[in-house]
Design a protein around this ligand. Structure first.
Ligand code: MCU
Length: 416
C-alpha cells in the first residue's frame, strides 16, 4: 500500500521514491537566528512596530536595524536579514507560511510529483526534470519559472520546469487568491503571487531532498530563474528560500531588481516606467497590504536593494535590458548598484553580478551575457568549477544619468 498523502501522521516511507518529512513549527525569526559565524543561535534586536523614519531621495541603510542599532558582525547581518524578511512580508509580499505539516514526493519518468499537507488540507503538483546528465551524479539543476526564460543552459546542469501559475495565478487583478497555494491556505491569505511561488520553490527543494537517490539531483546546488514577471518570482524565491544556491532573475524590472523609490524618481522626470502605483493595479504579484503604501514608498522601511540583500552573500546574477524604459532602466541599475554594497560588506563581490545590455527583445537572452557572465556564474556556483571566469560584474551599456553615491548616504561596514 502507499502512504496516505493527506495524513499528517508521521510514518516511514512505504513506496520506492516516496518519502515523508515531518517538521516542527518554525521558530520566530524576530528573536533568534542561526547566526552567521557557525556558533549557536544569536539573540536579535526586537523589531519596533511602525514604519520608522521615512527615507527620501536615497535608499534605506542595510546596516542599521529598524530600531536604530548598527550591524557590525556577520551574526548581526543574519539578524538584520531576518528582520528585513519580516518587514517585507508585512508591508509588501505577504506572509510566507512556515514548513507544512508534511511533504511527500515521488519521481517517475521525468516527473517529480509533490504532495503538501497542512491544516488538514492537501494539494499536489508536478515539476518536470529535463537534461539530467547520465551517471550517478549528484547533478546541479536550475528551476525555471513558467515559459518566459530563454537562458541557454550549459551541459551538466539539469532543468526543473516549474509551472508557477498553477501555484498562484497571474492573469490580472482577478487572479487574487487563485491557485493551489490558496486552495491550501485560503483565498484570503495575505501572500501575493511572488510569495506563493517562493513557497512552491521551497516545496520543490523539500521534494528533491526526499528523492535524491531517484532524481540524482543535488539539493545543495539548485539555481532559480525566470524572465520578466517570472524574473520577479525568481528574485523573491532566492530571497525567501536560503537553500537556493544561485539566483538568476532575467529582465525582472519593477517589482524585481528595481527599487520603488528610484522608479518614482524616474517617473517624476517624465519617464514611462512601471512604478508601485501602477503595478498593484496590473496584477496580484504583491500582498493586498502593499496597496496602502504605493503612494508613500518613501515611508517603507526597505526597498528592493534589501530584497536582494536577503540573498547576500549567496550568489546573485541579475540580467536586465538596456532598451526598455518600462522595466526601470535607471531603477534596476541604481537599486542593484546599491544592493551590491551588501556583498561588498561581506567580502563577497565575486558573488554579485548586474549586467544591463541592449539589442535583444524582451526575454530573448543576448549572447553578450552568455560566455563570460552566465556561464561563469553557473560554472562557479553550480558546477563547482572555480576557474569558470569572473563573477564580480557591474555593468550597463545604457548611458545612466543616476548618481549612485547620492542615493546611498550611509557607509559600508566590513562584516567579512
Ligand atoms: C517585467 O515584467 C512584467 C511587467 O511588470 C508588466 O508591466 C508587463 O505587463 O509584463 C512584464 C512581463 O511579465 O512580460 C512578460
Amino acid at each position: 500500500t502507499t502512504s496516505p498523502a493527506t495524513s499528517s501522521t508521521p510514518q516511514p516511507p512505504t513506496t520506492l521514491g516516496t518519502s515523508r518529512v515531518t517538521t516542527t513549527p518554525p521558530t520566530p525569526t524576530s528573536t533568534t537566528t542561526p547566526g552567521g559565524g557557525g556558533g549557536g543561535p544569536t539573540t536579535c534586536p526586537a523589531i519596533p512596530s511602525g514604519l520608522g523614519t521615512p527615507v527620501a531621495n536615497a535608499l534605506n541603510d542595510p546596516f542599521t536595524f529598524h530600531g536604530g542599532g548598527k550591524v557590525t558582525t556577520k551574526a548581526d547581518w543574519a539578524c538584520r536579514q531576518a528582520e528585513l524578511s519580516q518587514l517585507q512580508q508585512q508591508y509588501e509580499l505577504g506572509t510566507l507560511p512556515g514548513k507544512p505539516a508534511s511533504v511527500t514526493a515521488s519521481f517517475s519518468g521525468s516527473a517529480l510529483r509533490i504532495t503538501v499537507s497542512d491544516n488538514g488540507k492537501s494539494i499536489s503538483f508536478s515539476v518536470t526534470i529535463s537534461n539530467r546528465p547520465s551517471g550517478d551524479g549528484p547533478f546541479p539543476a536550475i528551476i525555471t519559472f513558467g515559459s518566459f526564460s530563454s537562458l541557454p543552459m550549459p551541459s551538466g546542469v539539469a532543468t526543473i520546469a516549474f509551472n508557477n501559475d498553477e501555484i498562484a495565478q497571474q492573469q490580472d487583478g482577478s487572479s487574487r487568491g487563485k491557485g493551489k497555494f490558496y486552495d491550501l491556505y485560503g483565498s484570503a491569505h495575505s501572500a501575493g503571487a511572488l510569495t506563493a511561488w517562493a513557497w512552491g520553490v521551497s516545496r520543490i527543494l523539500d521534494a528533491l531532498e526526499l528523492t535524491r537517490a531517484q532524481t540524482k539531483i543535488d539539493p545543495a546546488r539548485i539555481g532559480v530563474t525566470g524572465c520578466s514577471r517570472n524574473g520577479k518570482g525568481a528574485m523573491v524565491a532566492g530571497a525567501l528560500e536560503p537553500r537556493i544556491a544561485l539566483t538568476l532573475p532575467e529582465e525582472s524590472g519593477a517589482g524585481g531588481a528595481g527599487c520603488w523609490r528610484i522608479a518614482a524618481w524616474q517617473k517624476s522626470q517624465g519617464q514611462n516606467v512601471q512604478d508601485a502605483t501602477q503595478i498593484v493595479q496590473e496584477n496580484v504579484w504583491f500582498s493586498p497590504a502593499f496597496n496602502s503604501y504605493v503612494n508613500q514608498v518613501n515611508n517603507l522601511p526597505f526597498d528592493h536593494h534589501l530584497l536582494a540583500g536577503l540573498i547576500a552573500p549567496r550568489p546573485l546574477y541579475v540580467m536586465e535590458n538596456a532598451d526598455m524604459e518600462w522595466l526601470g532602466r535607471a531603477s534596476t541599475y541604481g537599486c542593484m548598484g546599491i544592493a551590491r554594497k551588501q556583498w561588498q560588506a561581506l567580502g563577497a563581490l565575486d558573488r554579485f553580478g548586474y549586467s544591463q545590455v541592449g539589442g535583444n527583445s524582451h526575454c530573448s537572452f543576448p549572447t553578450a551575457q552568455q560566455g563570460s557572465e552566465l556561464n561563469a556564474f553557473i560554472g562557479k556556483y553550480l558546477l563547482n568549477n572555480p576557474n569558470a571566469g569572473n563573477t564580480d560584474i557591474f555593468r550597463s551599456t545604457a548611458n545612466q544619468n543616476f548618481n549612485l553615491d547620492s542615493w546611498c548616504p550611509w557607509t559600508v561596514p566590513n562584516l567579512a
